[in-house]
Design a protein around this ligand. Structure first.
Ligand SMILES: Cc1cc2nc3c(=O)[nH]c(=O)nc-3n(C[C@H](O)[C@H](O)[C@H](O)COP(=O)(O)O)c2cc1C
Length: 167
C-alpha cells in the first residue's frame, strides 16, 4: 500500500508537522510538498494524509490554493487530514483550511479517516474544521501550543493505526 503525506506550508510549520506524522508511522510514507508535486503523482498513491496551514481570512495555504483540486482522484480513496493554525490570533477561524480540505475530499467521495478528533484542550471561538462537535482531522497550533504537538501527533497516528486506514 502506497501512502503519501501531502502538505502545504508557507513558513515551515505544517511541513514540520507532516515530518512528525511521517516519523510516527510504522509504515513508509512519502512526503510531498503540494507546491512542487502534481496530480498524477498524488493520484498514484493508495492512501493520503493531506495537510495545510490556514492563511488570510481562514483560507488554504497558498500552494494548496493554487493547486487544481479537480485534478485529484479521491473516489473511494482513504484520506486523513491535518491542519495547522493559530488559536490566539485567529480564534474565529482556527484551522479553517482543515475544514476546506475536508469539504473537498468529502465532495470527491474520499473515505475520511482520523476525524472525530476531540476539541478538548484547545481554546478557540470557531472553526469550520469542527463538524458534529469534533475536528475533522488533527488540529495543530505551533504558535501557542508547540509543546503539545508531539503528544497530539502521536495520539492521532495511533488512532489512525487502530482504524483500518493502513489495511
Ligand atoms: C497573515 C496570516 C493569516 C493567518 N490566518 C489564520 C487563520 O485564519 N486561521 C488560523 O488558524 N491560523 C491563521 N494563521 C496562522 C498560521 O496558520 C500559523 O502561523 C501556521 O503555523 C503557519 O504554518 P506554515 O508555516 O506551515 O504556513 C495566519 C497567519 C498569518 C501570518
Amino acid at each position: 500500500m502506497k501512502i503519501a503525506i501531502v502538505y502545504g506550508s508557507t513558513g515551515g510549520n505544517a511541513e514540520d508537522v507532516a515530518k512528525k506524522i511521517q516519523s510516527n508511522l510504522k509504515v513508509d510514507a512519502e512526503l510531498l510538498d503540494i507546491g512542487s508535486t502534481d496530480a498524477d503523482t498524488i493520484n498514484s498513491f493508495d492512501a493520503l494524509i493531506l495537510g495545510s496551514s490556514t492563511w488570510y481570512d481562514g483560507e488554504l495555504q497558498d500552494d494548496w490554493d493554487a493547486f487544481d483540486m479537480d485534478s485529484l482522484e479521491l473516489k473511494g480513496k482513504k484520506v486523513a487530514l491535518f491542519g495547522v493554525g493559530d488559536q490566539q490570533e485567529y480564534g474565529d477561524e482556527f484551522c479553517n483550511a482543515l475544514g476546506i480540505l475536508y469539504e473537498v475530499c468529502v465532495q470527491k467521495g474520499a473515505q475520511i479517516y482520523g476525524d472525530k478528533w476531540s476539541t478538548e484542550g484547545y481554546d478557540f471561538e470557531a472553526s469550520n474544521a469542527v463538524v458534529d462537535g469534533a475536528f475533522v482531522g488533527l488540529a495543530i497550533d505551533q504558535e501557542n501550543e508547540e509543546d503539545l504537538t508531539d503528544e497530539r501527533v502521536e495520539k492521532w497516528v495511533k488512532n489512525l493505526e487502530e482504524s483500518s486506514f493502513f489495511s
